[in-house]
Design a protein around this ligand. Structure first.
Ligand SMILES: O=C(NC/C=C/[C@H]1O[C@@H](n2cnc3cncnc32)[C@H](O)[C@@H]1O)c1cc([N+](=O)[O-])cc(O)c1O
Ligand SMILES: [Mg+2]
Length: 214
């Protein structure tokens, strides 16, 4: 059967990237998306904002929802301090298989735990399966109608602490109106919008950073 876009993206990484060099993997994916096929990676513009927030937080416990091809996984993992690992959740096995290879090509496999499954099922298992008490940093980039139910799940499972940072992609395009309304109106979060553009386009989009106040 015909290859998938993630599989074609992996080929481009193996062709144009340098093994063990995360920056070259990021550049190879951005080049592929700009010159061959658009894909829903967070991209270079929003990716730089992601980088700055990760660097500012310098998290010890990290969770990503929606690995897709591993582009933002590589962006985040390359910035983590030695010994810190990020957990990333992906329920499409074909995408997960591509992401594992892209993460390994970047040489970051020892800093990433990719778990296949849905966030709704896996979030309640974080404590028992991975010994996580609370997350310092969470990147939301999965199905947009899952952002709100999953943030409520984080609260119910006691996975947030005073100062936990949630960074959400696509709050304008495709948009996550219910999530935005929740974090911007809840007294339990301090929220800030980072304006940017939809990856590889001129369409308005941005990231919402929400700090849990305890
Ligand atoms: O739809 C978008 N992203 C959804 C991402 C989806 C990816 O996360 C996984 N997933 C989903 N819920 C999951 C729950 N649990 C685990 N994996 C999950 C899916 O298997 C897919 O690999 C999107 C769309 C546009 N766009 O312009 O259209 C732009 C973007 O930046 C986007 O992020
Ligand atoms: Mg996105």
């Amino acid at each position: 059967t015909r290859s998938t876009r993630p599989q074609r993206m992996l080929k481009a990484v193996q062709k144009n990237g340098t093994k063990g060099n995360p920056e070259s993997v990021i550049s190879a994916i951005d080049y592929f998306c700009k010159h061959s096929e658009w894909a829903m990676n967070v991209g270079d513009e929003k990716g730089s904002i992601l980088d700055s927030v990760v660097t500012e937080v310098n998290p010890s416990t990290v969770l990503e929802l929606g690995t897709y091809c591993g582009y933002s996984t590589v962006r985040i993992a390359r910035l983590l301090s030695p010994g810190t690992k990020l957990i990333t959740l992906e329920f499409n096995p074909v995408n997960a298989a591509v992401a594992r290879q892209i993460i390994a090509y970047a040489g970051l496999q020892d800093k990433v735990i990719l778990v296949e499954g849905s966030s709704g099922d896996l979030i309640p298992q974080m404590k028992e399966r991975f010994g996580i008490m609370t997350f310092d940093f969470i990147f939301l980039d999965h199905w947009k109608d899952r952002y709100l139910p999953d943030i409520k799940l984080f609260e119910e499972c006691g996975l947030l602490r005073k100062g936990s940072v949630l960074l959400a992609d696509n709050v304008i395009c495709p948009g996550t109106p219910e999530y935005l309304e929740y974090v911007r109106n809840s007294p339990r979060y301090e929220s800030k919008y980072y304006p940017a553009h939809l990856e590889y386009t001129k369409v308005e989009d941005g990231l919402e950073k929400s700090v849990f106040l305890g």
